[in-house]
Design a binder for this molecule. Structure first.
Ligand SMILES: N[C@@H](CCC(=O)N[C@@H](CS)C(=O)NCC(=O)O)C(=O)O
Length: 224
């Protein structure tokens, strides 16, 4: 069998939320890729990343001699290369809403990211519940509910995702889903009466998501 055309450089699966996003998207899209792991939080982490990615950050996608840095740029690249996988909504107006949601995640929610860092196999209920982080979480819950109601649930063949089927927007929010679980955030207190919680279940039960989490468990056991 020919070697995959793509190599994705990622960080530790327990922690690297930015790595999870394109990894999940590529797995969901059925795009084969090789995986290179750089261990984070080590004295030589920066040097090891710089040896494979000039941004000094993971993820990075190696494709045809180029190195594409940044999670959203990688997701855009994959969506562009595989239009038949419908990784953005087909309708231009709906697609613009999906892009805005993905960009809001990529550029924002700094307090949530700072106070509730991703730790997919850990449980720290009550930790990180600062006012700022919860305000970010409230906005996200509102967004998920709104997108599910106005778009996801209206799509024929709705699979429970923000725009019905799995898109880049879902890949961008997948690490938030894990954070809300890890830190035991009460969705009802943030205004959810079911849809946000159901959306989280849809993300968490994806086979690729389960594979990422079991990969995180394997990595963490190997460190112990
Ligand atoms: N905007 C970048 C952020 C990437 C990022 O911050 N990655 C972290 C890991 S999740 C990293 O590489 N940190 C470098 C380090 O730990 O030395 C993206 O979307 O990919």
């Amino acid at each position: 069998m020919a070697a995959p055309e793509f190599t994705l450089v990622i960080g530790d699966k327990n922690w690297s939320s930015w790595s999870l996003r394109p990894w999940l998207l590529m797995r969901q899209a059925g795009v084969p890729f090789d995986e290179v792991h750089v261990r984070l939080r080590q004295p030589d982490t920066k040097a090891n990343i710089l040896a494979v990615s000039p941004t000094g950050l993971v993820p990075a996608l190696k494709w045809r001699g180029e190195t594409i840095g940044d999670s959203l740029a990688i997701c855009e690249t994959i969506a562009d290369l595989f239009p038949e996988r419908k990784l953005w909504p087909r309708d231009a107006l709906v697609r613009s809403v999906a892009r805005a949601a993905a960009a809001e995640m990529h550029a924002g929610f700094g307090a949530l990211r700072r106070d509730m860092p991703m730790a997919v196999i850990e449980r720290h209920p009550g930790d990180g519940h600062t006012g700022e982080a919860l305000a970010d979480a409230r906005r996200i819950v509102h967004l998920w509910r709104d997108l599910r109601a106005r778009f996801g649930r209206q799509m024929s063949g709705d699979q429970g995702f923000l725009f019905g089927h799995f898109t880049v927007a879902d890949a961008m929010y997948a690490p938030v889903v894990t954070r809300l679980r890890t830190y035991g955030v009460d969705l009802v207190a943030l205004g959810d009466d079911g849809p946000a919680s159901a959306y989280m279940d849809a993300v968490m039960t994806l086979p690729a998501m389960r594979d990422w989490i079991s990969g995180a468990e394997t990595e963490e056991k190997a460190k112990a």
